[in-house]
Design a protein around this ligand. Structure first.
Ligand code: FA5
Length: 344
């Protein structure tokens, strides 16, 4: 047994030194000192040793175990340091490599155009108002001179939420809410940008899109004020050469009513495919606020008049940036959005 122990000490020390990484060293430890290792096997024979030799043998066992444990600890330290050095060498940084360019976010074309519109009208002294997307039938229709069963309700295909609530089909209900709040005070000058919803879906009509409403109420407001305002807006938005054209139209909440075109941004008015060779493109509906609408909202139509307009923000964005399909604005395709990097 003594010999076995000495052999274990010798061979063990050698195996420890030869272990070339921490995994191997752990294997060596288990083989020497583990529960099923060589030391345990030797100790099993202790029972056969005569009692008077046991103390000396016991001391030898301790010596060998201590020596092996010491060797293991030392080798473990060496190997740990080695592995750390190797790891550091592998992680070396080349500080001269050019950096990776961080990708920058961009303001969505709708938000961009919306901000520009707000800036232009703030500059003319308008306030910016808001209203709810889920609107009552009263504000979306009735207060705009569209009682139940009025045929013109079919002009806008509506998403109903129960009997009395709708997803607003236009921003015009905010006209009513603002007049109710401020009447009979004048002048009232406001715009309201926001989401609106209709059962529409093609290259130029989206089921959710953006409108901006404009409303001015004061003494002596006329159609000339409407045209002048829209002319000023169009020039600031699309450039000094821009012009507007009013065509007679019909809305239940304005009288007279007009649809308003701007010179085609594709051809400048000469005629091209984009404007069906007319030279003009429609961007909004407008008119003089109907006396009944003024009255229902608390103004006296014998004292004041007003004009209102509702513009498609998506259409403006499409014309400004030459986008031919409205769906590009809502599909969040990075190839489209990345073209708008930078800017305001
Ligand atoms: C209206 O919604 C009226 N409320 C506008 C108005 C306000 C008239 C105040 C008079 C006084 P209209 O349905 O024409 O009108 O829509 C106005 C604009 O919204 C259109 O000129 C168009 O630019 C845009 N538009 C309409 N439907 C869609 C759609 N599905 N997708 C994108 N833009 C649309």
């Amino acid at each position: 047994m003594e010999k076995q122990l000495e052999q274990l000490a010798r061979q063990g020390t050698e195996a420890i030194e030869q272990a070339s990484d921490l995994n191997q060293l752990e294997q060596v430890r288990l083989d020497l000192l583990g529960k099923k290792g060589r030391m345990t096997a030797i100790l099993r024979q202790m029972g056969q040793v005569p009692p008077e030799q046991r103390p000396a043998l016991g001391a030898l066992v301790n010596d060998v175990r201590n020596k092996l444990e010491e060797g293991l600890a030392k080798r473990q330290q060496q190997l740990s340091r080695l592995e750390m050095e190797q790891q550091l060498a592998a992680e070396k940084l080349d500080v001269t490599l050019p950096g990776r360019r961080p990708s920058r976010g961009a303001v969505h074309p709708i938000s961009r155009v919306c901000r520009q519109i707000e800036d232009i009208f703030l500059g003319m002294g308008y306030s910016i108002e808001e209203g709810p997307d889920i609107e009552s039938d009263y504000y979306n229709f009735v207060a705009l001179n569209l009682p139940k069963n009025h045929p013109a309700r079919d002009m806008q295909d509506t998403f109903y939420i129960g009997e009395e609530m709708v997803l607003r089909t236009h921003t015009s209900p905010v006209q009513v809410r603002t007049m109710e709040r401020l009447a009979p005070a004048v002048p009232l000058k406001m715009i309201c940008p926001g989401r609106v919803y209709r059962k529409d879906d093609d290259a130029t009509h989206s089921p959710m899109f953006f409108q901006v409403e404009g409303l001015v109420v004061d003494k002596g407001i006329s159609m000339a004020d409407l045209k002048g305002t829209l002319q000023l807006f169009a020039r600031q938005m699309f450039g000094e050469k821009q012009q507007v054209r009013l065509r007679p139209s019909y809305f239940p909440f304005t009288e007279p009513s007009a649809e308003v075109d701007i010179l085609c941004t594709g051809c400048g008015g000469k005629g091209c495919r984009m404007c069906s060779h007319t030279g003009w493109l429609e961007i909004l509906g407008a008119g003089m606020v109907h006396p009944r609408v003024l009255e229902m909202s608390g103004y006296d139509p014998r004292q004041v008049t007003g004009f209102a307009f509702g513009m498609g923000i998506d259409r403006v964005a499409m014309l400004k940036y030459g986008i031919t399909d409205i769906r590009h604005l809502y599909q969040n395709d990075l190839r489209v959005l990345e073209q708008f990097e930078g800017g305001m």
